[in-house]
Design a protein around this ligand. Structure first.
Ligand code: SF4
Length: 233
């Protein structure tokens, strides 16, 4: 830990820059960081518990502005009662709400997952479409959720950007954008395509447990040499 103010939220700080860093050099830096992440988290996957693409889709919708831990506590009972889109499609949002009361925005999410299930049954034969545009037409599913589900459930390459990736993309000098989709494009330009899904999961774990928003653990950081924000704390 460095610097004086350890309470300020640094995620809004201007993006650190390496003057004159070429794309080639930046890609090499990204590659070294990727190698470090692979050493740290060789089996990095989503921490959301799900046993099917449908469950992963529902869990990911529920995880918006909520922790994976809170979602994992709620979903076992939810999936036992509503194991597939057909079952959830027949429920009313009010019937689903008690299962989600411990999760933020539970009323809106209850409505979304019921309407989403009805659309899956009516338009996709009860299956999760392996198509980003079609996924984004589902209630409660935006670019990030669609990218996460395609990557984690079907292995479709993509770097979904959540709050951790937004912070890390800035701290590592990989993107100065604010829009998650544009940040994702910047990251995808730097990391190998066959590692995009891993990069998403690896950076989430790194942001969750090492390069945290308020107190990044810079001392002993395995990517210290390649971090353009080292010494900022
Ligand atoms: S040195 Fe490591 S923990 Fe510190 S800001 Fe950089 S990446 Fe984050």
């Amino acid at each position: 830990m460095r610097g004086k103010d350890q309470t300020q939220n640094h995620s809004d700080k201007p993006q650190p820059r390496l003057p004159g860093e070429s794309l080639k050099v930046k890609k090499a830096r990204a590659r070294r960081i990727l190698t470090a992440l692979e050493d740290l988290y060789p089996t990095a996957v989503t921490e959301l518990r799900a046993s099917s693409p449908f469950e992963l889709l529902i869990a990911t919708v529920l995880s918006a502005q909520a922790t994976d831990i809170s979602v994992n506590k709620a979903t076992p009972a939810l999936f036992e009662k509503y194991p597939d889109p057909q079952a959830l499609a027949q429920a009313s949002p009010e019937e689903v709400e008690p299962y989600l009361k411990t999760i933020g925005l539970y009323r809106a999410k209850s409505k979304n997952i019921v309407l989403l299930s009805r659309k899956l049954v009516a338009e996709h034969g009860g299956l999760v479409p392996v198509d980003k545009a079609k996924l984004r037409e589902l209630p409660g599913v935006g670019w990030k959720t669609a990218t996460v589900v395609l990557g984690a459930a079907f292995g479709v390459p993509g770097i979904a950007v959540d709050t951790h990736l937004m912070r890390l993309a800035s701290r590592l000098g990989f993107s100065d954008k604010k829009d998650p989709e544009k940040i994702g494009a910047d990251l995808e330009a730097l990391f190998p395509r066959d590692k995009w899904v891993f990069t998403h999961h690896g950076l989430i774990l790194f942001g969750r447990y090492r390069c945290t928003a308020r107190k990044p653990l810079c001392d002993g950081c395995p990517i210290y040499a390649d971090c353009v924000s080292k010494g900022a704390w």
